[in-house]
Design a protein around this ligand. Structure first.
Ligand code: NAP
Ligand code: GDD
Length: 410
């Protein structure tokens, strides 16, 4: 065989091999790793990717109780062959663990969603938050680099509108300067820039999604929207007298997590990595969100007073809407509560430094990713209220049946 023939032969074999590989990966589906799979976004992402034919690996933390509620409907017996959801114990603070998992499964895509994600709590645990939310991202990027997976593995970093903090421009877009206002946001700022740096330094397909607040029935109970939809459900069912809130005047650009995980997916399907703002472009105060949640079940709450003296009072109930949502069983006792105060302010929920206004401009994502949210704020609130009323009705039945139910204080 001449040298020319040898190279031609090698070229043809390599070409055929690459076609076989390509077809194999189409048949076998892609492999994704989701950190934070037990969280709100992780759960929706896992479901979405499994439906697309992915094999999904997730990292869960060891806990003293089961902590997989949000993904239990997807979970399969570990003894079943060809599972499409596989969980690994791990932690973003443990480099060896992360490197081991990534090296073993060699994912096509990593969605780094794990974080200590509560802004107020980050003031209590600033060092831990920096370790998980900042250095955790570095650990993943570095594992991919050291394992020689730079050309194979694409990385999505869960960046946040909290980076804009004390906003320098309204609305906020990709070019708006950052001004973080919490240990959480400062840690996420490091994660944002280290993602950009690894992309530029090593040619990694690593991208930031700068996501504005997104909520759902799966939202953690201590974030404001879920705290409100749970409390409103309990108040109208007679399970709770009132709710104490923090700053009612801050404004957020709220969307539905189901829409936002689609944006994350689209970001990793682009030929080139890049950073994108994901938002609805509509901003609403916490006060208005509370009023809308009550309105969803026909209850009008009027806000009066200022600062820590502000209160929300029941001023009207639409019987038809109320009964349609809850059944007439609860109307009689609730309408006796007309004129009662159901929302109060407790300064313990205030933050040392607050983010007053977030409103995003997601033109880039809408044009390049062809992304568009389906859910409006009223639809999001309906989804959350329907889910929490169903949940709390179970508790109300237990209580009426003489069983003890717990109170929740957030
Ligand atoms: P979430 O519900 O609080 O979920 C966070 C996930 O991270 C959970 O699975 C949690 O595990 C896990 N986690 C926490 N510390 C960890 C550690 N040390 N090692 C491994 N896993 C750890 O948050 P989310 O709302 O789904 O948000 C997902 C990501 O997007 C987060 O990074 C968040 O900061 C970011 N983000 C969220 C929003 C939003 O509005 N939701 C907006 C912008 C950015 P456990 O279940 O064991 O606690
Ligand atoms: N949690 C909470 N509890 N917030 C309250 C309360 C309360 O009782 N009362 C008023 N707020 C105000 C907060 O002060 C804040 O201005 C706003 O409600 C939203 O608070 P959270 O729901 O805790 O969310 P966040 O905006 O601080 O952070 C969320 O969104 C970020 C994206 O902008 C989290 O999901 C972060 O992880 C995410 O990065």
């Amino acid at each position: 065989m001449t040298i020319d023939n040898h190279f031609a032969y090698k070229f043809i074999i390599n070409y055929q091999l690459s076609i076989i590989n390509c077809q194999l990966s189409k048949i076998m589906g892609k492999v994704a790793l989701i950190t934070g799979i037990t969280g709100q976004d992780g759960a929706y992402m896992a479901e979405y990717l499994i439906k697309k034919g992915y094999t999904v690996h997730g990292i869960k933390r060891r806990a003293s109780l089961f902590n997989t509620d949000r993904i239990d409907h997807l979970y399969q017996d570990p003894h079943v062959e060809n599972r499409n959801l596989i969980l690994h114990y791990g932690d973003l603070t443990d480099s060896m663990n992360l490197t081991g998992i990534i090296g073993e499964i060699k994912p096509d895509e990593i969605y780094n969603l794990a974080a200590m994600s509560h802004v107020k709590v980050s003031f209590d645990t600033p060092e831990y938050t920096a370790n998980v939310d900042g250095l955790g991202t570095l650990r993943i990027l570095e594992a991919v680099r050291l394992l020689g997976l730079v050309d194979k593995t694409r990385i999505y970093q869960a960046s946040t509108s909290e980076l804009y903090g004390l906003v320098q421009e309204v609305p906020q877009k990709e070019t708006t300067p950052f001004y973080p206002r919490s240990p959480y946001a400062v840690a996420k700022l490091y994660a944002y820039w280290i993602t950009v740096n690894y992309r530029e330094a090593y040619g990694m397909h690593a991208s930031n999604g700068i996501l504005f607040n997104h909520e759902s029935p799966l939202r953690g109970e201590t974030f404001v929207t879920r705290k409100v939809t749970r409390a409103v459900s309990r108040i109208v069912l007679g399970m709770q007298k009132d709710v104490y809130m923090g700053n009612l005047s801050s404004k957020r650009d709220w969307g539905h997590a189901k829409d936002y995980i689609k944006a994350m997916y689209l970001i990793l399907q682009q030929d080139k990595p890049d950073d994108y703002v994901i938002s609805t472009g509509i901003t609403t105060s916490i006060r208005d969100f509370i009023a809308m949640a009550f309105e969803e079940i026909g209850v009008t709450v009027d806000f009066t007073g200022e600062g820590i003296n502000e209160i929300g009072t029941i001023v009207a109930v639409d019987k038809k809407v109320f009964n349609k949502k809850l059944g007439d069983h609860y109307y009689e006792s609730f309408q006796k509560r007309m004129g009662e105060v159901v929302v109060k302010v407790d300064p313990q929920y205030f933050r040392p430094t607050e983010v007053d206004l977030l409103i995003g401009d997601s033109t880039k994502a809408r044009e390049r990713l062809k992304w568009q949210p389906y859910y409006t704020l009223p639809l999001l609130i309906r989804d959350m209220m329907d889910s929490d009323i169903k949940e709390m009705k179970k508790e109300a039945y237990l209580k009426e049946g003489g069983y003890k139910v717990l109170n929740y204080f957030e």
